[in-house]
Design a protein around this ligand. Sequence first.
Ligand code: 26V
Length: 792
Amino acid sequence: MFDKVKFKETVETILKVDYGKTIENAEEYEKYNGISKAIMELISDNWNATEKLYSNGKQAYYFSAEYLMGRALGNNLLNLGIYEEVKDTLKELNIDINNIEEIEEDAGLGNGGLGRLAACFMDSAATMNLPLTGYGIRYEYGIFEQKFEDGFQIERGDNWQRYGDPWSIRRTEDTVIVEFGDGKIKAIPYDMPIVGYNTKNINTLRLWKAESIEEFDFQLFNDQKYDESVKEKNRAEDISRVLYPNDSNEEGKMLRLKQQYFFVSASLKDLLRKYKSRFEKDFSKFSEYHAIQLNDTHPVVAIPELMRILVDEENIAWEEAWNIVENTFSYTNHTILAEALEQWDIELFKKVLPRIYEIVEEIDKRFILELKEKNYSHEKIEDMRIISNNTIKMAWLGIHGTHTINGVAQLHTDILKNKELKDWNKLYPEKFQNKTNGITPRRWIALCNRELTEMITELLGTEEWITDLSMLNKLEKYIDDEQVLKRLLAIKMEKKEELSDYIFKKEGIEIDPNSIFDIQIKRLHEYKRQLLNAFHVLDLYYRLKEDPNMDILPRTFIFGAKAAPGYFRAKGIIKYINEIAKLVNNDPDIDGKIKVLFVQNYNVSYAEKLFPAADISEQISTAGKEASGTGNMKFMLNGTSTLGTYDGANVEIVKEAGEENNFIFGARVEELEEIGGSYNPIEYYESVPGLKRVVDTLIDGTFDDGGTGMFKELYDSLTIGAHWHRADNYFIFRDFDQYREVHKKVDRAYRDRLDWARKCLKNIANAGKFSSDRTILEYGKEIWHIEAKKIQ
Ligand code: 26V
């Protein structure tokens, strides 16, 4: 039971101890810290009890370089079931809980889908009472903050702990030492509680911070060489300083490898220490007690690191150690893009991790023998071995050194098995599994769409659906209930109004909630085809100019996306869309018809406002390229139809909700494969009406790229290609006309309001499959072999 009086007292005490203030004179962020720490006090006993309960059985560990957590306060209150109570308590103290929630900085320790998936998994595992602990890096700076200046993306460091971090506990006593080729550093764990919903279980996310073994050089300091005296300290701390914005090819590679080894080595040492305190030197049971999931290739260096520990430090024979490793690890693949598969230059690798390199060499050597015994040809062996062309292939190591590898949606897994990893599937068919991604219903509906949540709970007569999302299919019986459909439309309108207010506050731009909100929010990448969306908007603009009486419903096109700082083309696309927005939004002829808006600094907390307010979910990647997508599921759960290609999880979404309730267009994987090398985009460019007109705005002076050459480079990439790819590598021209047609279909469908609401409800009613509770239970049962355990 929630004790109001005690809670108030705790907050007061914390404000007094930490800031010497009272509730009346504390700053907003101080109140936020005080309230958050009072929650930490509240959950402390259950947190310890959960750890104790888990400690005697098999546990799973998620190794991930990224966790895109977002804000914690609102979510933790919701999951603890005390949101309303705390809100009321704060009201009595003249505090508006919304203001306090809005003060919290996002913990943006991830880039996009992969990092957010890790965060959803943490929530689901705690809620499903599964013994899963997350391990990662406590970056001092998360994903950069994005601003637009003159339409160009500007990045700034994301100092998310500026006002402190009330949700982490530093566990100095669990410090471990990590060794590199050029020295040792300390790894200090910070634990974040992962509060389960409607359960007392509290799981743990353990993030490592790098620190130097020597605080600072006293001698140098005494000699007044202040900068030099902290050089070592800074060099060590640089390792956990900043999250790498991925999706770009050239990066400070050396530091990234250090980051990976740093958190993986620290995490394994942490596990080994605990294991040995129980079983001493008997490692035969290690994999009976540990299942470690490698989130993409980033933590794959864990495979040779565990070999090193077992063979070098624990004197275990190679074969026995390899058995333990293979039975412990499993690996998830999140992309088939060749440029995203990690490879390390062996010279660099040797320098940073000399002993680990020797171990990888040994793994490679033995693997070659294995293939030779199976009569693999010389060429095949060269293709499949771990070390080739002077690089280490981390994905290959991730397949060879694990018992299971999985894709993240059915289509993606099929492509892996039949194409990208065909040879591996032949060698190890029993290793391959599919685990279609999911999203947590707590953050992605219960927290961000209370109105819709309330309606569903009323209709189903229970809140159980929040932890058993398949129950949503019981909503099917309301599919012709006019009252329900109207209420659904009213809720959507309310969320659109809320978003409009928020956008006006944040961006200073007015949008009309009566217009169709057509939203594309995701990282900026060529394969995601924001450029296709942009071309369509511009084509619509020109058609409206030509025919002012054209009958279209008002539409607001909303974009949100960060481009990796080194990804020139992605930045060009942002600038281009902002130029289109300037043209369209300032043309009085177009006023009230269409509007274009690129929101700044799209992140988890912005997402929570965008998903519930959307009428159309843009999922328009080139077929075969988007491994799964998870934004598509967030839209669906909030009653938004997908306008998309047959790609990733879109395929499964449409299968669940019906093709007639979504808007599918474009070439499918098989067709693109057939076109293959013979694709000639120029044919489309010249023959599809209106296409040339919009594409040419990249070079004909319609828009100004500030002399950067960005637009010309984009034009060339579409029409002539580049040394690393053919023209229009992502088939934008091929799909343009069909994309335009399906948009017309949306316009027509939206006019029948009740029928539109029916589509929304169909999507909600069939979103059950896409709960990350379902996904994590599948991992638990089919990969990790762990059991749920609930504290009393
Ligand atoms: C990384 C890179 C790095 C080099 C340049 C190209 C490139 C492209 C993409 C990436 C990101 C790879 C990892 C990732 O975030 N994948 C996403 O994982 C989500 C969760 O499984 C999934 O829903 C998305 O479809 C997938 O793109």
